[in-house]
Design a protein around this ligand. Structure first.
Ligand SMILES: *Cc1c(COP(=O)(O)O)cnc(C)c1O
Length: 219
């Protein structure tokens, strides 16, 4: 596997679904990957990356950004309220807005810094108790709040429960997005991105299928 293989599979899945592949953004999820692997994917010309921790991204990306100014960085992991400022400074998109307090803080920083990353509301489509994401019953309210705060809201994001058929969750997310007039759908990972594309994904988040298995952090 690798970058080109994933691109071929995206094209095939888009064609099968009657969709334009250029409407699908591949986010290469580089969390915990060694820098040489990330560098190799940059050298292949890819520029859109995803990280799940603000602190890890702060350590890793400023150097790459200095070398490749057109890098686009997406935060796909949970965001703590005390990390919102560096997140707004570093990221071009945040996929994990799941509560009003977070939306308010992001809007404050956007005012202050004169820029805002694109925003996705994360939805807990499986209503799992420990999982991040806004409850299904609260999505419409949070979407409206983001709009009232003038945040650049692009769409919805989900991570389906591990033990359930992902396509049902992708279809549900697409339905909730359509109801709210949102076009962006951040869904699909290494194991299920083709099914997400069939259900309308606009942003797929693929890590291990591009970079190989994640290497555990050194002790
Ligand atoms: C790690 C991660 C991914 C990528 O997972 P793979 O299975 O390696 O493709 C996608 N989305 C989120 C939110 C992640 O944390």
């Amino acid at each position: 596997m690798g970058l080109q293989d994933i691109k071929d599979r995206i094209n095939a899945a888009a064609e099968k679904a009657g969709r334009d592949p250029s409407a699908i953004t591949l986010i290469a999820v580089s969390k915990v990957q060694p820098l040489d692997r990330v560098g190799a994917v940059l050298d292949e010309g890819h520029r859109v990356f995803g990280e799940n921790r603000v602190q890890e991204a702060q350590g890793k990306w400023p150097d790459f950004k200095a070398r490749f100014p057109d890098i686009e960085l997406h935060l796909i992991g949970p965001l703590q309220s005390n990390k919102t400022r560096p997140a707004v400074e570093l990221f071009d998109a945040i996929h994990t807005v799941d509560r009003l307090k977070l939306a308010r803080r992001l809007a404050d920083h956007a005012q202050e810094l004169g820029k805002s990353p694109d925003i996705f509301v994360q939805v807990n489509t499986g209503d799992e108790t420990q999982k991040a994401g806004c409850a299904l019953s609260e999505v419409d309210t949070l979407v409206q709040a983001c709009r009232d705060l003038d945040l650049p809201l692009k769409g919805l994001m989900c991570i389906p429960p591990i033990d359930e058929e992902p396509s049902l969750h992708f279809a549900l997310l697409a339905k909730v997005a359509a109801r709210n007039g949102l076009e962006g759908l951040s869904m699909g990972m290494s194991g299920d991105f083709e099914s997400a594309i069939a259900q309308g994904a606009t942003h797929i988040r693929v890590g291990s299928a591009i970079f190989g298995e994640r290497v555990p952090a050194a002790q």
